[in-house]
Design a protein around this ligand. Sequence first.
Ligand code: PEP
Ligand code: MN
Length: 343
Amino acid sequence: MILPKGKELSPLQLAEVTAVVAEFGCRIQPIIGAVRSIYAIVGDERDELMINRLEGLAYVDRVDRIQSPFKLMDARSDLARHMIRIGGVTLGRELFVIAGQCTIDPKNPNYFYETAAAVKEAGAHALRGGVWKPRSNPYSFQGDDKSLDILMEASRRTGLPVDAEVMDEHQLRLALDAGVHTLQVGARNALNYSLLQQIGRAIAGRDTAVLLKRGLHMGPIAEFVSAAEYIVSFGNPNVILCPRGTAPTLDGYRSHPDESIVPLLKERTWAPVVVDPSHSVGRASYVPAAALAAIAYGADGLCIESHVAPSHGLGDDPKQAVTPEVLKELIGKARQLWTLVRG
Ligand code: PEP
Ligand code: MN
């Protein structure tokens, strides 16, 4: 739908926009009003280049799209009935919880094995463990390929599927070969389109899932959903959206909590939404309230950092990991709230 700056387009201007949309297989249907006229684009109006060309015309005020740019992620797409199942839970049908350490310590694997058993006992359905870490400081511990064996051993011991972040093709290959079930795309890489494409290509035809974090600097919802569309466009629709707080931070918290976008995401897309309150607020003491807020907003699940001995952990664990005892209480409350909200 083209809205001109003036009351209506001149015959020359109408001829120009008609020619532009015709190049993309569309036509123009003018709707002449008493005060203002608008020009409907009839046809598939999703081509970004067509919109850019129209918006670039000096006499065009704006172009509003009626069609969703997300062919696959849109709530009305054919995929809308797709269900994702992980760790015995069909997302959306019952509360889904991923929990575990921010970072696996390759020198002290027992912490991770103990955490894995404890988060399972607390009610988690999947285990998270950072093998490779995106650290702001180049001198901080960056992770270690060896931690992948620890992650998979914990998976074997507990029977839980595992989630780990991958940041490049080498890590992606190692993770898939080892049998990591859920690949995490972190907040720093959520706009890394070549990584999203590599992941999409690599998981096509497999039952692997992707936990796509919301980027630190993502604004419009469309940016988040488009990142998911990149992955799904290769054929595997198992993408879970994970709000985790954005920048700039809310003073006192690690990020700006964004669980309130859950209803918006649920309106625009069919994808399950699993909120990460740990990176959002960044302190263990704030995590339970933020997690419950996410459930109140309609989240399908939670991704929570938990460690049997947070002060001995690496990465974010000393600050933001909750103990498995806190996790257990939190999951109990979240289940009650889930029932109340979904009634
Ligand atoms: C993490 O999950 O430990 C992590 C680094 O997350 P994010 O990408 O959301 O910062
Ligand atoms: Mn972390």
